[in-house]
Structures are given as C-alpha cells and as structure tokens.
Design a protein around this ligand. Structure first.
Ligand SMILES: C[S@@+](CC[C@H](N)C(=O)[O-])C[C@H]1O[C@@H](n2cnc3c(N)ncnc32)[C@H](O)[C@@H]1O
Ligand code: SF4
Length: 374
C-alpha cells in the first residue's frame, strides 16, 4: 500500500463553496479521534505488512488538532503500520491555526510537508468565501511556516466572481515572490448543498463565468512556467523534487487506505468509502464495526479511473499499460475515441503516452469522460 489518508472532519466555519465532509460543531472531536485510532487498528489487520510511503492528513481542517490528539493518531499509525522511514507526511492547515506553538508541535512530529489553504491574499475574496482567516493571516502563516519547513505548498482558488485578472495575477506573484516550491490552484466549482449553490439558485449571486476561469487558468500556466514551476497535474505546479508524492501515487493508480468519516480507499480491485456522518462513524467503531461500503471494480471501472486520473498528469495515459492491463480491444477503442481530440489538438501522443495539450488541459475532465468505456 502506498498511501495512508486520514480525514479530520471539523472546521471553524463553513466556506461558501465547500461540500467536503466536515462539521463546525466540535463537541465530539475526541470521540472521532478515538474512533479514527480504532479504525487504524482494525484496518491494520489486513495491511500491517505493506510499506506506507506517504501519510496525508486532510479535511476538514486537520490543523485544528491539539498536540495530544495529533500524537495519539501518530502513535497508533506507527504502532500498527510499516511506515517507511523516508515517508512523505503532509498536513493540510488553515492559516488561522498557525501560531508559533503549533508550528513547533508540527516540526517535532513526523510531519515533513505542509499544505496551507491560503485561497487568496485579499480580504475581499476571503470574506466572500466565508473563510475563517484574513489576508494578514494568509501572509503570516507562510512566513512562520518557512522558518520551520522547506516543503510547503499553498492552495489558491481562481474563477471566483469578483476576482479580476489583475488580482489573480497579484495572488500568484505574491506566492512566487515568497520562494515557495509548490502550489495547487483550483478553479472554483459550484457544488450541491453549498451556500454558493443556494445563492446562485436564489439569484442573489450571479453564476460563475467559465471564460473568466479559463482566462485565469491561462495566466496561471504562463506565470508558473515563467517562475520555474513544472505543471505536473492540472491543478498542481511544483519545482523539481517537490511534487506531491501522495497525490502522484493516487493519480498513477497506486493503492491507498483512507481513514476517518467520508474517507475513500482503493486496493487495485475494490473501492470503499466510509460513512459521511460523524455520529454514525463513532457509533459503528464503538461496536468494532467498519462503517464503510465497497464495490468490486469491473475492468471498465478500472480503465475509466486510470484514464481519468492519468490524463490529468504530465505523464499521461500509458498506451503500453493499457495494452498489458486491459488488452488490445481497450487500447484500440481508446485511440478511436481519442481521434477527434488528436485531430483538433486537445490531445497528443508522445512516446506511447496519450497526453492533454496546453489547449486541452483546462477541459481535461470532460475529454477524459468522453474516452470512457462502458
Ligand atoms: C477541502 S479543503 C481542505 C483543506 C483546508 N480545510 C482548506 O480549506 O484549505 C482542500 C481544498 O479544496 C478546495 N476546494 C474545496 N471546495 C472547492 C470548490 N467548490 N471548488 C474548488 N476548490 C475547492 C479548497 O480550495 C481547498 O484548498
Ligand atoms: S474549504 Fe476547508 S476550511 Fe473551508 S469548509 Fe471546506 S474543508 Fe473546511
């Protein structure tokens, strides 16, 4: 098993665009942590011997964890799994959580990579998103993180309604001037059950403009290249040696184990997902039951999944791998379906790999779904 993902399902505030699983009511946080540790133990019965190369704390907001809560999870992981001594261990954190005490706590733990959810350096954007932090905290969190960590990534959001091209460019320039080695930039999407979706439906907010997002993406790609970043996945830009190992393994189809409410797992043949409800998650684990459902993947599911994730990366879809793992029929159907995108320069073939061109990258999810086989 390559990766271990731990989902911490709590946040201070609900951002207006987010439908990841989280609760703003932290009263049962200790019970969730106990249940997470129990799940780590139960699941280790089948995966104890496999080498874990990456550990990723995501959320929700894992930086809300206290020192003792974090230590308890680490202790349980390291007692129950064979974690590589050079594993990449990432912690997602929100800028308002990062004071001196917390960063020293992280430095003294196994964490060796930080992913900071900046989203924007401008108060106007942050207020619109209903983020718990302000622009001063965006700057301050990076400043303090840099004193203790070298491997730091920041998340930025673009395509948000009032964000001009100039302001998006200014956000990017701030990150580049700070000398960071990795950024993840996401085009804002309208998700069901979010405040943003509600506001758009009630006509209190204009729908998002796809042209604006496409323009921001163009600016992003150009500026990142100018500043020495490799565009290695649609949303991910890194300098040499700083690509996210955890995410690369995921995109390239390596197995991973997800722990915590709503977390997903994949072992090459089966996909499983935990219940997205903190109370039900706690109750199940108190009764030694894994609160998850699973599905056995068909060959078509595995093919579609591989095309979807690998087409997003700089490495593309390996035609050799398709032939070996799925057979010649799948390979020729893939090439047949890809033909119109090859002719219109949205896709290209390089060294027996099918890849998105610069023109195709922004539309890659739609293109990939057109290549699916059912
Ligand atoms: C779910 S958050 C978890 C990390 C942390 N709580 C944070 O907010 O930074 C991970 C990333 O997902 C992105 N995200 C969440 N909802 C999104 C949406 N509707 N559109 C685009 N990006 C989204 C956020 O920008 C964030 O950086
Ligand atoms: S974007 Fe992050 S902080 Fe905001 S609600 Fe989602 S998980 Fe929580």
């Amino acid at each position: 098993m390559a990766g271990l993902y731990i989902h911490i399902p709590f946040c201070k505030t609900a951002c207006n665009y987010c439908n990841f699983h989280f609760s703003t009511n932290k009263k049962n946080i200790n019970q969730v942590i106990d249940a997470i540790c129990k799940e780590i133990e139960i699941r280790s019965e089948v995966s104890r011997k496999e080498l874990i190369e990456t550990v990723y704390f995501g959320g929700g907001t894992p930086s809300l964890l206290s020192c003792s809560q974090l230590n308890m999870i680490f202790k349980t992981i390291y007692e129950n799994y064979n974690v590589s001594s050079c594993a990449e261990v990432t912690m997602e954190l929100n800028p308002d959580d990062l004071g001196k005490e917390k960063i020293i706590q992280f430095e003294n733990s196994k964490i060796n990579r930080l992913s900071i959810g900046i989203q924007s350096f401008f108060d106007e954007d942050l207020k619109w998103m209903n983020r718990a932090h302000n622009s001063e905290q965006s700057h301050g969190s990076i400043e303090i993180a840099k004193k203790y960590f070298d491997n730091i990534s920041v998340d930025l959001l673009y395509g948000i309604p009032q964000m001009s091209d100039e302001r998006w460019l200014a956000n990017l320039q701030i990150v580049f001037n700070l000398g960071l080695n990795h950024i993840s930039c996401y085009a804002l999407t309208v998700e069901p059950k979010t405040a943003l979706n509600y506001l758009i439906k009630k006509k209190k907010q204009l729908p998002l403009c796809e042209d604006q997002a496409a323009n921001h993406f163009k600016i992003l790609v150009k500026e990142a290249r100018k500043n020495g970043f490799e565009h290695y996945e649609v949303c991910s830009f890194g300098k040499k040696g700083y690509f996210s190992k955890h995410n690369c393994n995921y995109w390239l189809g390596t197995s991973y184990l997800g722990i915590g409410p709503s977390a997903h797992s994949y072992n090459g043949n089966t996909r499983s997902w935990n219940i997205s409800n903190n109370k039900k998650y706690i109750d199940a684990l108190n009764n030694n039951i894994l609160p998850s459902e699973s599905e056995l993947l068909t060959i078509q599911n595995r093919f579609n999944e591989y095309v979807m994730t690998s087409l997003r990366t700089i490495w593309g879809v390996s035609l050799k791998k398709i032939e070996i793992e799925f057979g010649k029929v799948f390979q020729s159907r893939l090439l047949h379906n890809a033909d119109k995108y090859l002719k219109t320069n949205f896709l290209k073939i390089e060294n027996l790999h099918l890849k998105a061109t610069s023109k195709g990258k922004f539309l890659v999810d739609g293109i990939a779904s057109d290549l699916f086989i059912f």
